[in-house]
Design a binder for this molecule. Sequence first.
Ligand SMILES: Nc1ncnc2c1ncn2[C@@H]1O[C@H](COP(=O)(O)OP(=O)(O)OP(=O)(O)O)[C@@H](O)[C@H]1O
Ligand SMILES: [Mg+2]
Length: 372
Amino acid sequence: MSKIQVGKPVKGNQLIGRENEIVDISELLLNGQSVVIIAPRRFGKTSLILEVLNRIKQQGFYTAYLDLFLTPDLETLSRKITEEILNNRKLGKVFKKIKGDIAEMFRNIELKQTIESFEFILKYNSQNPDSWELLSDSIDFINNYPEKYDKQIICAFDEFGDIKKFNGDRIAKMIRSKIQVQDSATYIFSGSYESVMDTLFVKQNSPFFRFARIINLGYVEKDEFKKYISNVFSGNHISIKDILIDEILDFTKGHPYYTQLIVQQILMNNSLGNFKEGFILKDILQQLLNIENNFLEKQWEDVGKSREIVQTLLILIKHRKSLYSHIDTKKINLGRALKKLSGSGIIYSENNIYHLSDPLLELWIKEKIINI
Ligand SMILES: Nc1ncnc2c1ncn2[C@@H]1O[C@H](COP(=O)(O)OP(=O)(O)OP(=O)(O)O)[C@@H](O)[C@H]1O
Ligand SMILES: [Mg+2]
């Protein structure tokens, strides 16, 4: 029986589709072109990045993965960078374990030799290290360590938009000025909030303007998911009509997180004996609304701060195709509201029609807010 992991990034053969993206991104990186991956929450950014890094590592490259969401301050970020870089020669663990105890550091021969070339590592030992300086040194280290061993490195900064939480502009500028002259390092950045990423990468005066190739990650191809879902169900001896699989994918559109969650939920219902002939997607979706209620409420709270945005979103859900004829343009600046909503990744447009990126949030709004 195959298990479905939902929540953690997926690896190897658990990762469905994305082959084109993996090949394209790897090709760019191997040619020294940095990239930035932009997609709403739970679209599979982290999974994609880890898979790319994993494959590139197998070709003999150095790699590093940093998640800015998990680094509360600059010193932690700098330590994490140093640890990840050292990890390419299996020194990350020792570095982490001894924290900054010099005597201990020198007891490890290889680490001692490394410190002789990269003295900044000793600064972690001081009482009140200057965290700005440490960060700056660790950004240099990303390039200089692999260079010493005649290697190239691919370094990923996941949730890079979070850089804004520490006086972001100054740091972003410092990072840009350093990494643009590095010959041994190429970068992957990723982020969920389009508007934040725009101010870092897309706008003309943004610090990383024209530095990284922009990749907007979409849903996973439905065909790939279809094959996968059929396999999971037959592997679990569940007989399901193809039409239910189509219904699942019509609902999720290939949103990886919700597709996986629905499949997991069907498996659970099945093993509990609740899955009977005639069981329909609607029942599963009701369960999902319960499971995800906190997350969805939070999303709604984030949206709900401006009346203009809320009104626009509600009309968009009710009258997607005739938006303009249902909106009072005297009261609502539609252009501005739509721009804000796409800027935060809540909606996206396809052939000039707007959709919510999160299909379950749409259902939640329909049921809880609009009552339809
Ligand atoms: N290509 C994929 N194939 C199968 N499942 C996937 C895929 N991508 C994502 N998922 C599912 O979606 C979940 C979220 O994926 P992941 O953490 O990679 O997304 P993310 O965009 O980094 O999310 P977050 O915004 O929370 O950081 C995974 O736990 C997994 O269940
Ligand atoms: Mg992620």
